[in-house]
Design a binder for this molecule. Structure first.
Ligand code: UT7
Length: 334
């Protein structure tokens, strides 16, 4: 969808954080029947980070990533108007964004969680941009953070090889329309397929007096093949629709930054768009699939490595549980 606003929004700074513990494929192959060769060939993943420590949660990673982003531009946390925490692994079902607000001292910011699994960061950026482009807020912190290791069945080889923990944060600031860097977006949901990838809540017992069922959340359930097919077919369409609405051709794209789910998905989407693989931003060999964190984590790394230059066009797409998928096109402004 093309923005019709008169106020611009641009990403001012990024930050990221990953846990210290690195679990490589060889370690995983001591836990389940798999091999480094199988995991690398089928996914491109070599290792992932896992959060340890009884009192550690997504809030710690999200806060550290946020502080790193703030420090890069010497911004006082009190200047933040809104915090959007995209996560599917909060440490409180009522939301964790307020804990991040308190931990980083952004006491003037409104804070809320956004749950959209691996599309969460894209939805977070789009949501944040609306508040800026309609003139409501000036500085917005958007965080993608997940600790799916807590929801992974470590005896299920079809899922435990994929996921890792991490957080990435961006600060979006209002600017003149000429400097607008968030050009447009395209978002989708298909709830009919929600059972293809989920952390379902299962009812266990019933209170006979008032018929209330009590239960608990299960581990991650995924139909890998179907999710793979969904990503490879729907993501290119989303990107093409978004680019078309902005009158941009895929050949004009500087970087393709997709949710880091599987290297084969990244290559397949690039191929369908005739975008050369050298334009793919990928770091999933080091971190696996970090869900809402994967895009900002890879963005922060690409910026640290000075790959992204002023005025580069970055196509960002997220996809995952819901099923949800979506694209946001960014023109990088230094
Ligand atoms: O963030 C949300 C988005 N999520 C995704 O994008 C995930 C998308 N799906 C995928 O990435 C892939 O489907 C997987 C990596 C999860 C699986 O790869 P695949 O090529 O679809 O493998 P498969 O499930 O078809 O399994 C092929 C074979 C099976 O054996 P048989 O039936 O051919 O004898 C599996 O039992 O590989 C076996 N297998 C494994 N073998 C060794 C499944 N998992 C493993 C494993 N190690 N970890």
């Amino acid at each position: 969808m093309k923005s019709l606003n008169t106020q611009g929004a641009r990403i001012l700074a990024t930050g990221s954080a990953v846990p210290e513990l690195c679990v490589n494929n060889f370690k995983i192959s001591e836990m389940v029947e798999t091999s480094d060769d199988w995991i690398v060939t089928r996914t491109g993943i070599k290792e992932r980070r896992v959060l340890t420590g009884i009192n550690k949660s997504v809030v710690d990673l999200a806060s550290l990533a946020s502080i790193r982003a703030l420090n890069k531009i010497s911004m006082d946390p009190l200047e933040i108007d809104l915090i959007i925490l995209a996560t599917s692994s909060p440490n409180d079902l009522f939301g964790s964004a307020s804990q991040v607000q308190a931990k980083i001292g952004a006491n003037k910011a409104v804070a809320f969680d956004l749950t959209a699994a691996c599309s969460g960061f894209v939805l977070g950026i789009v949501t944040g941009a609306q508040f800026i482009q309609n003139g409501s807020y000036k500085n917005i912190l958007v965080i993608g953070a997940d600790v799916l290791s807590k929801w992974t069945d470590w005896s299920d080889r079809s899922t435990c090889i994929l996921f890792g923990d991490g957080a990435g944060a961006v600060i979006i600031q209002s600017c003149s329309i000429e400097k607008n860097g968030i050009l447009g977006f395209q978002l989708n949901t298909d709830g009919e397929k929600s059972d293809q990838l989920s952390i379902p809540y299962r009812n266990k017992e019933k209170n006979q007096t008032i018929s209330i069922c009590k239960g608990e959340f299960d581990f991650i359930q995924m139909n890998g093949k179907e999710v793979y097919k969904f990503a490879v077919s729907k993501v290119p369409l989303s990107i093409l629709t978004c680019l078309h609405s902005l009158c941009i051709s895929p050949k004009d794209i500087s970087w393709l930054l997709l949710h880091q789910a599987n290297e084969r998905i990244l290559y397949a989407v690039a191929e369908r768009l005739s975008i050369h693989s050298s334009k793919l931003i990928s770091n999933l060999h080091k971190y696996g699939n970090t869900s809402a964190a994967s895009i900002p984590l890879a963005l922060d790394e690409a910026l640290k490595n000075k790959r992204i230059k002023d005025n580069d066009l970055i196509v960002i797409s997220g996809f995952g549980a819901g099923l949800t998928w979506g694209t946001v096109v960014i023109k990088w402004k230094c």
